[in-house]
Design a protein around this ligand. Structure first.
Ligand code: KG4
Ligand code: ZN
Length: 332
């Protein structure tokens, strides 16, 4: 089974060809970072226009690199949510057109599920039950996967997503855009115990997250030093912020694993490419617990995870109708 995956939910235009849900024949990602950098964040209108210009050449490149022709495709898989409406519609419209013209099934994919699925693509023997954590620019979702396609959402962020907090802290520290990798780089030179930052505790017992308090504490710390004319310890602040976020994520994800009595945790989404977070989880994990991450290139948005996620659905006959709509607020 040869599946073409299409991903345009945010600011990456991506196409990939994956065979039998496992073998990546091509994985092309065109990032719009340069386009949005001058604005310090993603401009939705520009994102969708740019997807429109890029999508056909990117699909063509995906087919060429995979050494496949259109007639070789058995299915078109496409992200239909969550994401930016205009951006989602570009990928979805192209996918529907291709499915109709080639007379092959269409499979709509939840972007969050695809981020977790990147783990099944790279660890073929991995199976549920497990606890999953999707951490990206727009999402912080903790889920329990009891069996194939059986997701139970345990907790979400009540304010900023983790990646969003990284991006905002990068802006406060004048590091640039997109912030996550730049905060990680700056933090390597810093002392993570030099700046005390608050932990957020909710009154009730919950798996929800909150990151805006930690971000705002960084902002006030910087403003206070600026008022005094003292230079900003950028590396120390980046390291302290990064470690506090790692602590919060680790605490919640281990608690969820214990409650659900699972011995496997999988991570996905752009923030899971953070090497400090990866080693922090490995270091802190209780005995017997295994932590899985996709390789960094499959953590950030890509279409290989979309094509791979479609394979078991296609086999189970779970295809989508041509009326499939974009759902910007889709969750698990
Ligand atoms: O999954 P993704 O590519 O797109 C969304 O679905 O949002 O995630 C992008 C987010 C951005 O906020 C980016 O700053 C963050 O992931 N990110 C990182 C790292 N690499 C990307 N955050 C922390 N450390 C990183 N190394
Ligand atoms: Zn994503």
């Amino acid at each position: 089974m040869v599946i073409l995956g299409i991903e345009t939910s945010c600011d990456e235009t991506a196409a990939a060809v994956v065979e039998d849900g496992k073998r990546i024949l091509s994985n092309v990602v065109s990032s719009q970072i340069e386009l949005h950098r001058q604005f310090g964040g993603i401009v939705p209108e520009l994102a969708s226009r740019s997807h429109l210009e890029r999508i056909i050449p990117i699909i063509e490149q995906g087919l060429i690199e995979a050494k496949m022709r259109l007639e070789d495709l058995d299915c078109i898989a496409v992200t239909f949510g969550p994401g930016l409406l205009g951006s989602l519609l570009v990928g979805l419209t192209v996918a529907k057109g291709m499915s109709y013209a080639l007379r092959v099934p269409l499979v709509g994919i939840n972007h969050l599920e695809a981020h977790l699925y990147a783990n099944f693509l790279t660890h073929p023997h991995l199976r549920p039950p497990l606890v999953g954590l999707v951490i990206s620019g727009g999402h912080t979702e903790l889920v329990y996967l009891s069996g194939e396609r059986n997701y139970q959402l345990l907790g979400s962020t009540r304010d900023d997503a983790v990646g969003e907090a990284f991006d905002k802290v990068a802006r406060i520290l004048n590091l640039g855009y997109p912030g996550g990798p730049l905060v990680e780089k700056a933090a390597r030179e810093g002392d993570s115990h030099s700046v005390p930052l608050p932990s957020v505790h909710f009154k009730e017992d919950t798996f929800d997250f909150s990151f805006s308090g930690i971000k705002t504490a960084v902002l006030y710390y910087v403003m206070n030093l600026e008022k005094k004319g003292v230079s900003i310890p950028t590396a120390d602040l980046a390291a302290s912020f990064q470690e506090k976020v790692a602590e919060v994520l680790t605490e919640r994800v281990f608690k969820a694993a214990s409650l659900k009595e699972v011995d496997r945790i999988v991570l996905g989404g752009g923030v899971s490419s953070n090497l400090f977070l990866r080693s922090f989880l490995e270091k802190e994990k209780p005995k017997g617990l295994k932590v899985f991450f996709p390789p960094p290139s499959l953590c950030t948005d890509n279409a290989a995870m979309v094509a791979a996620c479609a394979y078991p659905k296609l086999k189970a006959g779970l295809t989508s109708p041509p009326s499939l709509d974009a759902l910007p607020n889709l969750n698990f």
